[in-house]
Write a protein that binds this ligand. Structure first.
Ligand code: SF4
Length: 370
């Protein structure tokens, strides 16, 4: 089982918090998309005939491309790989791209899941984040997609934004729930270098929220979403039953994937590679950097992705895959976290309780091998 990820790195406007690889230089769009078709051909054997189960268009803003262009990429992939069992095709979209025309075209594609970058249902907070849509446009986008028969919609929300307290967050969650989406990703704002928010913090115009505020807001999200029947299945992800992200879940379980587009990463079970993060270079000729994962890196990755999920790490798997010594060390290192409630041992599985996911980084890092 494997996935294909298409990275569409273009955005019309740069959000104040964003440090993803993206560009507002839309003049490169056509040449980059053409180059992505070229890269697909070049990488036709990368996944060794693995069957493709999920396809994901991320960015950037993939919804800047007409649905027919996205479908061309899907069709091209299907000529090179066995896509007969693909069960999930996701496109990330900006709410203001989801016009009636766009939705009409979307119905003629294989896309069956839409991930909307909503972030908030508060207009003032949206302006503060330099988002290019309003709360009303976000609600309209969800309804348009639903009317068109898209029954698998996820939205992103951001919390922990200075100056926008619990009331604003409560209202955003209530609106999200009232819209009847199947999946919600809730991310705590982090102030990353080279973002507009970072510069504001440097100028003293905003600050990072304190730990108590983060914990209060996290508790609100946890309570409201779990009360509404959502399962908190990964640190930042909540889903109704049957609506976990299949694509991301397969990443987290170590499945193989092919990344197409500037800066996109690929992994074939042993080797990881990624293409240059330059639009003009990518359009001309793909160059890659690569690494072969060592056992230690595989172990660290397994611990990180597993402890971020509600299933936790399987200590029996650690014993079988990484050896008795590693297993003994994990069990021993776990004791202090179990004693203070940050970890629980459930059968052979070590799990971080979802109520402690917000502060999971320290627990996870303590298991890493240097
Ligand atoms: S739309 Fe997404 S990728 Fe583009 S700048 Fe905003 S957050 Fe970043």
């Amino acid at each position: 089982m494997a996935g294909i990820y298409f990275h569409i790195p273009f955005c019309k406007r740069i959000c104040a918090y964003c440090d993803f690889y993206r560009s507002a230089e839309l003049k490169y769009m056509d040449s980059v998309i053409e180059a992505m078709h070229g890269e697909l051909e070049e990488q036709a054997t990368y996944l060794n005939d693995k069957q493709i189960r999920t396809i994901y268009f991320g960015g950037g803003t993939p919804s800047l491309l007409p649905p027919s262009e996205l479908q061309h990429l899907i069709d091209h992939a299907a000529k090179l790989y066995d896509c007969s069992e693909v069960s999930e095709v996701t496109v990330e979209a900006n709410p203001d791209d989801i016009t009636a025309e766009y939705v009409k075209e979307l119905r003629h594609t294989n896309i069956n899941r839409v991930s909307l970058g909503v972030q908030s249902f508060d207009d003032k907070e949206l302006r503060f984040m330099n988002r290019r849509h309003t709360a009303e446009e976000a609600s309209q986008a969800v309804k348009r997609l639903q009317d068109a028969g898209i029954g698998n919609i996820t939205i992103d929300l951001i919390f922990g934004v200075d100056g926008f307290g619990e009331d604003v967050l409560e209202r955003s969650i209530q609106t999200a729930l009232s819209l009847g989406v199947q999946h919600i990703s809730a991310y705590h704002l982090t102030i990353e270098c080279a973002t507009a928010f970072y510069r504001r913090v440097q100028r003293g115009e905003m600050k990072e929220v304190d730990e108590e505020c983060s914990e209060r807001e996290y508790a609100i999200i946890e309570k409201r979403l779990c009360d509404a029947g959502f399962e908190h299945y990964e640190v930042s992800n909540y889903a109704l039953k049957g609506f976990r992200s299949q694509h991301n879940s397969s990443y987290w379980s170590g499945a193989e994937y092919l990344g197409i587009g500037p800066g996109a990463h690929s992994f074939n079970g042993t080797e990881r590679h990624w293409s240059v993060q330059s639009l003009s270079d990518y359009a001309l000729k793909r160059e890659y950097e690569s690494e072969i994962l060592t056992d230690k890196e595989r172990y660290n990755e397994y611990v990180m992705t597993s402890l971020r999920r509600c299933e936790g790490v399987d200590t029996q798997y650690i014993k079988e895959r990484f050896g008795m010594q590693q297993y003994d060390k994990v069990i021993s290192d776990a004791q202090r976290w179990i004693a203070n409630g940050d970890l629980v041992l459930d059968g052979s599985r070590l799990k971080i309780p979802t109520s402690r996911f917000l502060v999971s980084d320290a627990v996870i890092e303590s298991f890493f091998e240097a």
